[in-house]
Design a protein around this ligand. Structure first.
Ligand SMILES: [Zn+2]
Length: 133
Protein backbone atom coordinates (compact mmCIF):
# COMPACT_ATOMS: atom_id res chain seq x y z
CA UNK A 1 0.00 0.00 0.00
CA UNK A 2 1.32 3.37 -1.05
CA UNK A 3 1.78 5.84 1.83
CA UNK A 4 -0.27 8.93 0.94
CA UNK A 5 1.86 11.56 2.57
CA UNK A 6 2.82 14.96 1.20
CA UNK A 7 5.88 13.55 -0.48
CA UNK A 8 3.84 11.05 -2.45
CA UNK A 9 1.29 13.69 -3.42
CA UNK A 10 4.04 16.03 -4.57
CA UNK A 11 5.61 13.30 -6.61
CA UNK A 12 2.17 12.81 -8.13
CA UNK A 13 1.87 16.52 -8.97
CA UNK A 14 5.25 16.36 -10.65
CA UNK A 15 4.28 13.14 -12.44
CA UNK A 16 7.31 11.52 -10.89
CA UNK A 17 5.49 8.40 -9.69
CA UNK A 18 5.60 5.11 -11.56
CA UNK A 19 2.45 4.52 -13.64
CA UNK A 20 1.14 1.86 -11.26
CA UNK A 21 1.33 4.22 -8.28
CA UNK A 22 -0.18 7.08 -10.28
CA UNK A 23 -3.17 4.85 -10.95
CA UNK A 24 -3.41 3.78 -7.32
CA UNK A 25 -3.28 7.38 -6.15
CA UNK A 26 -5.86 8.50 -8.71
CA UNK A 27 -8.23 5.86 -7.46
CA UNK A 28 -7.64 7.01 -3.91
CA UNK A 29 -8.24 10.63 -4.92
CA UNK A 30 -11.61 9.73 -6.37
CA UNK A 31 -12.63 7.92 -3.21
CA UNK A 32 -11.16 10.07 -0.48
CA UNK A 33 -12.00 13.76 -0.06
CA UNK A 34 -9.27 14.23 2.57
CA UNK A 35 -6.59 13.19 0.12
CA UNK A 36 -8.17 15.41 -2.55
CA UNK A 37 -8.16 18.43 -0.22
CA UNK A 38 -4.57 17.85 0.75
CA UNK A 39 -3.58 17.62 -2.89
CA UNK A 40 -5.26 20.90 -3.76
CA UNK A 41 -3.59 22.57 -0.75
CA UNK A 42 -0.22 21.40 -1.97
CA UNK A 43 -0.90 22.56 -5.50
CA UNK A 44 -1.98 25.97 -4.14
CA UNK A 45 1.13 26.23 -1.94
CA UNK A 46 3.30 25.39 -4.87
CA UNK A 47 1.57 27.86 -7.15
CA UNK A 48 1.83 30.59 -4.51
CA UNK A 49 5.51 29.87 -4.21
CA UNK A 50 5.17 29.13 -0.47
CA UNK A 51 7.18 25.97 -0.89
CA UNK A 52 9.01 25.05 -3.99
CA UNK A 53 8.82 21.39 -4.89
CA UNK A 54 12.57 21.25 -4.33
CA UNK A 55 12.21 22.54 -0.75
CA UNK A 56 9.56 20.02 0.10
CA UNK A 57 11.35 17.14 -1.53
CA UNK A 58 14.52 18.03 0.34
CA UNK A 59 12.62 18.27 3.60
CA UNK A 60 11.20 14.84 2.96
CA UNK A 61 14.65 13.66 1.98
CA UNK A 62 13.49 12.85 -1.47
CA UNK A 63 16.32 14.47 -3.33
CA UNK A 64 18.17 12.30 -5.81
CA UNK A 65 21.45 10.63 -4.84
CA UNK A 66 24.36 11.31 -7.17
CA UNK A 67 25.38 8.79 -9.81
CA UNK A 68 28.54 8.03 -7.78
CA UNK A 69 26.37 7.30 -4.78
CA UNK A 70 24.17 4.95 -6.77
CA UNK A 71 27.39 3.21 -7.83
CA UNK A 72 28.41 2.78 -4.18
CA UNK A 73 24.90 1.58 -3.43
CA UNK A 74 25.28 -1.21 -5.99
CA UNK A 75 28.62 -2.18 -4.44
CA UNK A 76 27.07 -1.98 -0.96
CA UNK A 77 29.80 0.47 0.05
CA UNK A 78 27.86 2.87 2.25
CA UNK A 79 26.20 3.27 5.62
CA UNK A 80 23.07 1.26 6.25
CA UNK A 81 21.03 4.41 6.75
CA UNK A 82 22.05 5.85 3.42
CA UNK A 83 21.49 2.52 1.70
CA UNK A 84 17.95 2.40 3.11
CA UNK A 85 17.31 5.89 1.82
CA UNK A 86 18.51 5.09 -1.68
CA UNK A 87 16.58 1.84 -1.71
CA UNK A 88 13.46 3.76 -0.68
CA UNK A 89 14.11 6.41 -3.28
CA UNK A 90 14.58 3.94 -6.10
CA UNK A 91 12.16 1.19 -5.14
CA UNK A 92 9.35 2.86 -3.17
CA UNK A 93 9.30 6.34 -4.67
CA UNK A 94 10.36 4.78 -7.95
CA UNK A 95 12.29 7.84 -9.12
CA UNK A 96 12.62 7.25 -12.84
CA UNK A 97 15.81 9.21 -13.16
CA UNK A 98 17.61 7.22 -10.46
CA UNK A 99 16.11 3.95 -11.66
CA UNK A 100 17.67 4.42 -15.07
CA UNK A 101 21.00 5.35 -13.49
CA UNK A 102 20.75 2.28 -11.33
CA UNK A 103 19.95 -0.02 -14.28
CA UNK A 104 22.77 1.45 -16.28
CA UNK A 105 25.31 1.12 -13.46
CA UNK A 106 24.15 -2.37 -12.45
CA UNK A 107 24.62 -3.51 -16.02
CA UNK A 108 28.18 -2.19 -16.27
CA UNK A 109 28.96 -3.52 -12.80
CA UNK A 110 27.72 -6.93 -13.89
CA UNK A 111 29.84 -6.86 -17.04
CA UNK A 112 32.89 -5.84 -15.05
CA UNK A 113 32.32 -8.77 -12.66
CA UNK A 114 32.06 -11.18 -15.60
CA UNK A 115 35.31 -9.82 -17.06
CA UNK A 116 37.06 -10.16 -13.69
CA UNK A 117 35.92 -13.79 -13.37
CA UNK A 118 37.15 -14.58 -16.88
CA UNK A 119 40.48 -12.95 -16.16
CA UNK A 120 40.86 -14.96 -12.98
CA UNK A 121 39.92 -18.17 -14.76
CA UNK A 122 42.33 -17.41 -17.58
CA UNK A 123 45.17 -16.66 -15.17
CA UNK A 124 44.63 -19.86 -13.20
CA UNK A 125 44.53 -21.87 -16.45
CA UNK A 126 47.77 -20.30 -17.56
CA UNK A 127 49.25 -21.00 -14.12
CA UNK A 128 48.21 -24.64 -14.34
CA UNK A 129 49.66 -25.05 -17.84
CA UNK A 130 52.95 -23.51 -16.71
CA UNK A 131 53.11 -25.78 -13.67
CA UNK A 132 52.37 -28.84 -15.81
CA UNK A 133 54.90 -27.85 -18.45
ZN1 LIG B 1 16.01 10.21 -7.91
Amino acid sequence: MLPFNDATLLAYIEEALPAEQMAELEKRLREDATVRDRLSQLVAQRDNGVHSIGDIWRRHRLSCPSREEIGSYILGAMSEERRDYIRFHIEEIGCRFCQSNWEDLSESHHQEAVRARRRKYFQSSVGRIKAEG
